[in-house]
Design a protein around this ligand. Structure first.
Ligand code: HEM
Length: 495
């Protein structure tokens, strides 16, 4: 026995060394293949060690440089992530439309860190599972269901308005928008009254949703923590596990409560919501979702829905503060169309075309989801004949696409008239403007989010004058969503 352990001990360095050597050979082979495929895709020269990572990082310089490269290299160029790995970055509508019309899977490298939180829900699922679940969940966003949510969006925004009226002055807008969207998502999708906008001590679930997004961002920034085992031993790894466990417990609780309610209540006694559809949906074989699948979807929709909408709202308010003339125009439109009406309807919110143009123009310049990634399932032949080989990781920079000078004149200028009725067909068509992505894996919550935006922005401009705080300028930073590096501070004056 002792002899055997001595042999094992002696052989283990050889075994580990062989594994490391094989890994290195695999990476070198990948580097060779990538370099070969990139012959047709010129791009910026990579640093021998960092590649292009520093140039196209998520800060403002990196974002603007990505947009410049998009223009220089005709909308597609390689980005080296170090000496051995790279992906293709895309920022031209013709290329993006072509790639997104396929059903290539998500790039696991970019999304894997979210998996312990949101599991194999719609955002991360692939293949047949995604196809089946997407079909089953699409009815949850039908107009007849969305119409009822206008009242909830209205109520949640009234809570914010009241809060800001009592405490006007300088506010960190992103934080308030996050709480607002969490509050309304919980009410609309799960029938749950969290009161999170008012609680002085944040409920554990809300705190954990906050923490887990932050921790994912910190993990992305620390390559050592990309190794699951090392991360699980770290402080942040333990916090992440605790936050995920708390969120999962809460989701299980919501699901359990709804099941009990469904057993007791009379059918038709309340409006049907997302959770009802999750629990009752059946595929063509008559099979419903498993317990695990239901929980994954609850967590996925909370993740995918609240911060992206909060980002859109925050940047839109920022742009209106930056352009007081457009803010006044929105306010005039709201007063003209809504008068003193405070109980908004589905019809009311669709009357504000100029305000909606401002929302879209803000989404163009500050896309809430700044990057979307895919992995080529098979060779893709681009319209110009170039080939993206099977296995290539691809990222679409919505930030660069939306500022591509081949598509947009004066791309840096905030001009809501790009989305006026007469201009919108030319400007917003053909993959030029895709804040919700496009193709089969576009955002399932687009209509839900847009309905909410159409309630919240007008209600805020109707009640407050928004101005910038010159001492705390906002600076876009691409994380999972587009945030502001130092927070997004605005001065709020009640009207
Ligand atoms: C303004 C707010 C929003 C923006 C800008 C936005 C944007 C996007 C984008 C760009 C994608 C594609 C992501 C990818 O391919 O990796 C996406 C997917 C998704 N979004 Fe949204 N989203 C918003 C709001 C929402 C809301 C409110 C919900 C839920 C109620 C939601 C649920 C989802 C889901 C589940 C997916 C995955 C869809 C699939 O792969 O089939 N989103 N969203």
């Amino acid at each position: 026995m002792a002899a055997l352990s001595t042999i094992v001990l002696q052989l283990s360095p050889i075994f580990i060394g062989t594994l490391i050597l094989l890994k290195i050979l695999q990476l070198v082979k990948r580097k060779y293949e990538l370099t070969k495929s990139f012959r047709e895709f010129p791009g910026p020269k990579p640093h021998w060690l960092y590649g292009n990572m520093r140039e196209v990082s998520g800060d403002l310089d990196g974002l603007l440089r990505t947009a410049d490269y998009g223009a220089i290299y005709k909308g597609v160029f390689p980005v080296w992530m170090g000496p051995l790995d790279a992906y293709l970055n895309m920022a031209h509508p013709t290329i993006v439309k072509h790639v997104f019309s396929g059903s290539d899977p998500k790039d696991e490298f970019s999304y894997a860190l979210m998996r312990p939180w949101i599991g194999d829900g719609l955002l991360l699922a692939g293949g047949r599972k995604w196809d089946r679940n997407r079909r089953m969940l699409t009815p949850a966003f039908h107009m007849d269901i969305l119409k009822h949510y206008v009242k909830i969006f209205n109520e949640s925004t009234k809570v914010l308005v009241q809060k800001w009226r009592e405490n006007p002055g300088c506010v960190e807008t992103f934080h308030h928008m996050s709480l607002l969207t969490l509050d309304s998502m919980m009410k609309c999708l799960f029938g749950h009254q969290s009161n999170c906008q008012l609680e002085t001590v944040r409920p554990a679930y809300i705190q954990c949703v906050y923490d887990v997004s932050d921790l994912i961002i910190k993990r992305i920034m620390n390559p050592i923590h990309h190794y699951g085992f090392l991360y699980s031993l770290s402080d942040n790894g333990r916090k992440f596990k605790y936050a995920c466990d708390t969120i999962h417990d809460h989701s299980n609780m919501l699901i359990g409560e709804r099941r009990k309610l469904l057993e007791k209540e009379k059918p038709g006694s309340r409006n049907i919501d997302f959770l009802d559809i999750l629990l009752s949906a059946k595929d063509s074989d008559g099979c419903g979702l498993s317990e695990q699948e239901i929980r994954d979807e609850v967590d996925t929709f909370m993740f995918a829905g609240h911060d992206s909408t909060a980002s859109t709202l925050s940047w839109c308010l920022y742009n209106l503060a930056l352009h007081p003339e457009y803010q006044d125009q929105c306010r005039e439109e709201v007063q003209r169309e809504w008068g003193d009406n405070t109980d908004l309807t589905w019809e009311d919110i669709h009357k504000l075309s100029f305000t909606f143009s401002c929302i879209k123009e803000s989404q163009r310049l500050f896309p809430p989801v700044p990057n979307v990634s895919r992995c080529a399932e098979k060779n893709i032949t681009l319209p110009d004949g170039r080939i993206i080989p099977k296995g290539m990781r691809m990222a679409v920079s919505l930030f660069a696409l939306h500022r591509n000078p081949d598509v947009w004149s004066n791309p840096e200028e905030f001009d809501p008239y790009r989305f006026s009725e007469e201009n919108t067909k030319t400007n917003a068509g053909s993959g030029n403007f895709i804040p919700f992505s496009l193709g089969p894996r576009n955002c399932i919550g687009q209509a839900f989010a847009t309905t909410q935006l159409k309630v919240v922005v007008p209600m805020i401009v109707r009640n407050f004058r928004l101005t910038l705080d010159p001492s705390r300028p906002a600076e876009p930073e691409a994380m999972l969503i587009l945030r502001s590096k130092n927070g997004l501070y605005l001065n709020i004056t009640p009207l």
